[in-house]
Design a protein around this ligand. Structure first.
Ligand code: F6R
Length: 238
């Protein structure tokens, strides 16, 4: 992984959009792995603007959801599903046949993980994977642990993930589990863009930049990926 410092979150989003669009120009039916949350929304807005100015740019792109809060209904405003539909599918006019997703409240989460793995085997790997980083160092919902999991699995969410702003305002008990692609699925991506923005990420960014590779900070494994680019804005820079 290499990393770049950007002056502002706007610059970060603009640079990330340029990188995605450059890749898309080389592969029209690129499979984009899409993290949700606050960090990539600027990037997705830039892509929505490009869809307006360059009709047809996204006519073959495919999107894959990386993770999901387990136990929420699909149309809950807090789901990754709702986020991706609002931030990507609607503005880029992506039909459901170009969207690889999975259920937030499946009858059997274990069977859903098997289905995700089958879907990944058929349609993957991801070409460009957009990642954010949790304040605890997670990527997607691969949470810090003594060992990590290669493929789709049920993640037991740490306290900090349970208090993520996406679900914090919902009221009631926060989700305690998630569904997520695993580390190998993410690692098979041809290109990874790790986006880090905002002062809340300063401490974890300091740990990440130490280049100490440990499963206690899952994002640190990205130092091993041959084509991962980490964009960090000034507010997050330690
Ligand atoms: C969500 C996801 C998470 C977030 C991370 C950072 O789909 O994959 O790993 O990227 O929790 O979230 P924000 O950007 O909201 O700080």
């Amino acid at each position: 992984m290499i990393h770049h410092l950007l002056d502002s979150s706007e610059d970060l989003s603009r640079r990330a959009a340029e990188l995605v669009i450059d890749e898309l120009k080389q592969k029209k039916n690129l499979l984009l792995g899409a993290a949700t949350g606050s960090t990539p929304s600027g990037l997705y807005s830039r892509l929505a603007e490009a869809a307006e100015t360059t009709p047809g740019l996204f006519s073959a792109i495919r999107i894959m959801k990386l993770d999901e809060w387990l136990g929420l209904s699909m149309d809950d405003p807090a789901t990754c599903e709702t986020y991706i539909r609002t931030h990507l599918l609607q503005p880029l006019k992506i039909s459901d046949d170009r969207y690889l997703t999975f259920h937030s409240n499946p009858i059997s989460p274990t069977a859903e993980c098997r289905a995700i793995n089958d879907m990944f085997d058929t349609h993957g790997p991801i070409d460009v994977c957009i990642l954010g980083i949790g304040v605890n160092g997670h990527i997607a919902f691969n949470e810090p642990a003594g060992s990590l999991t290669p493929h789709a699995h049920i993640a037991t969410l740490t306290q900090s993930s349970q208090h993520h702003p996406m679900v914090a305002g919902r009221g009631g008990n926060p989700p305690t589990s998630g569904l997520t692609l695993g580390m190998t699925d993410i690692f098979r991506s041809r290109m990874i863009l790790l986006l880090i923005s905002g002062s809340a990420k300063k401490a974890i960014t300091r740990d990440l930049l130490s280049q100490n590779i440990t499963t206690a900070l899952p994002a640190s494994l990205l130092w091993l990926h041959p084509n991962a680019i980490c964009l960090i804005d000034r507010e997050a820079y330690p």
